[in-house]
Design a protein around this ligand. Structure first.
Ligand SMILES: [Zn+2]
Length: 199
């Protein structure tokens, strides 16, 4: 087997990232090459550090520096509420808005049949396991108001239908087809205030 050169290796690895085609991967690799040596070293070190120092919270699957994330460690929050989000970035944005005082659950994706992502690829079983804790009374579905986010919310609503827990969906305020990443604080607060009960 011929050993891939470092350049080919970098292009291949970058090309595996979402939204990065082989052309872009090549362009990024050449860019790194064009920069001073320290840049490439810092990038490599930062990537290594990213994986070595961070992990998934074992409760909510948020990004965490410890076994349990900062939010799950805050005991004074409302134990009755779990807000379900797609990813850690959405969680951080809701948290920044300051309007939600319960706990979170990060699905780490959305249902996407075209991309081969089904229920087993998301942290759904882990969410159901958390409901065994009888303190939880409401699940707020805060996936993005996109086609896939809506489909995921509906799927969760269905499988939660026979559980002893009320289920709601974040309401108006979040623009349709929009992303929670671009939601300002007031809009986000409204979205929670106007959540509608699904069952
Ligand atoms: Zn957590």
């Amino acid at each position: 087997m011929i050993k891939a050169t470092a350049l080919e290796q970098v292009v291949r690895l970058l090309g595996e990232m979402p939204g990065i085609g082989s052309k872009t991967a090549q362009r990024l690799a050449y860019y790194v090459l064009s920069r001073e040596t320290a840049y490439a070293h810092q990038l490599g070190d930062a990537l290594r550090e990213l994986k070595d120092s961070l992990q998934w919270c074992r409760t909510c699957y948020n990004i965490s520096a410890a076994e349990m994330c900062e939010i799950c460690r805050q005991d004074e929050r409302d134990h009755r509420l779990i807000c379900v989000v797609e990813d850690a970035a959405n969680l951080a944005n809701i948290e920044r808005s300051g309007g939600f005082k319960g706990y979170y659950h990060v699905l780490q994706g959305v249902l996407s049949p075209v991309n081969g992502i089904g229920p087993d690829d998301l942290r759904i079983q882990e969410l159901l396991a958390r409901l065994e804790d009888d303190q939880v009374t409401e699940i707020i579905l805060a996936t993005n108001p996109t086609v896939e986010g809506e489909a995921t919310a509906m799927y969760l609503s269905d499988i939660l239908a026979d559980r002893e827990v009320s289920v709601s969906r974040i309401g108006v305020g979040v623009p349709i087809g929009g992303s929670l990443d671009y939601c300002d604080e007031i809009t986000m607060a409204k979205a929670f205030e106007n959540r509608r009960r699904l069952h």
